[in-house]
Design a protein around this ligand. Structure first.
Ligand SMILES: C[S@@+](CC[C@H](N)C(=O)[O-])C[C@H]1O[C@@H](n2cnc3c(N)ncnc32)[C@H](O)[C@@H]1O
Length: 259
């Protein structure tokens, strides 16, 4: 199957180096992440991030979609079934790319290995760029968003989610389900190490204002900002879990249109 992607992009994908994606190539992290990610009501992605994202994406019929930091490309089949013209997922983890291509088997989409810091594609290669919970792994986000802007068609859109700055600002540590978070050093941008999935990960903290400024300086007009409040209809009637998820924002969503 041919997608609307240049030979240059393909060769970059083949030559992909490891950056934030390398964290997910540890077999323990990979298993734990996917277990957590697809655990239904107890997955915050399922009850908070995904409904906001799908609302924001709206109708995707006929669109050429790029997904940066696609992971196991869970959204690929969903978008292809909803009528998008093509789906390309890029990820810096070889294990995730393999899982992504398994999820896309038999469909007109694919996943490829590429650090998003190395992404570049000709103008009008894509109509919609999606990135879910991956941009906070990137130290210098402005060039990545500029490359996204350059690869979109006129009127093209970007929709992305990140771990909410309330969470990336500080990690109190501890085990088990949390009921509260300590916010500290909020206005200090930069790397924050934390324990997650039995390992140590580096996330790059930015404030909400930083994300908005980077989007604007990369040539996008901000069209939406959401904090992914939990959606009651995704909790299978579990009122306690819904109440817990209403306490703290976990995800930030931003959307922009080519200006
Ligand atoms: C939290 S997971 C999210 C995966 C997927 N988007 C989802 O929502 O299930 C973050 C993903 O970003 C990828 N990633 C992190 N840093 C990256 C980078 N610099 N370039 C490409 N992928 C990266 C990881 O390998 C991982 O698959």
């Amino acid at each position: 199957m041919r997608m609307g992607v240049s030979a240059d992009l393909h060769s970059l994908a083949v030559a992909g180096k490891q950056r934030g994606g390398s964290f997910y190539d540890s077999p323990e992290v990979f298993e734990r992440y996917l277990g957590h990610r697809h655990s239904g009501v107890s997955s915050p992605n399922h009850v908070m991030e995904e409904p906001a994202l799908l609302d924001e994406l709206g109708i995707v019929t006929g669109l050429r979609v790029l997904d940066l930091g696609c992971g196991d490309a869970a959204i690929g089949p969903l978008l292809l079934n909803a009528g998008c013209r093509s789906y390309l997922g890029l990820d810096g983890s070889a294990a995730m790319v393999e899982a992504g291509n398994r999820a896309l088997a038999g469909m007109s989409g694919r996943a490829a290995l590429l650090d998003m810091e190395d992404f570049a594609a000709p103008p009008s290669s894509f109509d919609l760029i999606v990135s879910r919970l991956a941009f906070h792994y990137v130290e210098d986000l402005a060039p990545v968003l500029a490359a996204c802007r350059a690869s979109l068609s006129p009127g093209g859109r970007i929709v992305f989610t990140v771990v909410h700055p309330v969470l990336t600002s500080h990690d109190p540590g501890g085990q088990g389900p949390r009921g509260n978070w300590v916010v500290d050093d909020y206005f200090r941008q930069g790397p924050r190490e934390r324990s997650w999935l039995g390992s140590t990960v580096t996330w790059f903290h930015r404030t909400v204002e930083d994300y908005v400024a980077i989007l604007a300086s990369s040539g996008f007009v901000l069209t939406s900002l959401r904090e992914c409040a939990p959606r009651a209809d995704r909790f299978d009637g579990d009122a306690d879990e819904l109440a817990r998820r209403r306490r703290v924002p976990l995800f930030l969503l931003l959307a922009g249109k080519c200006g």
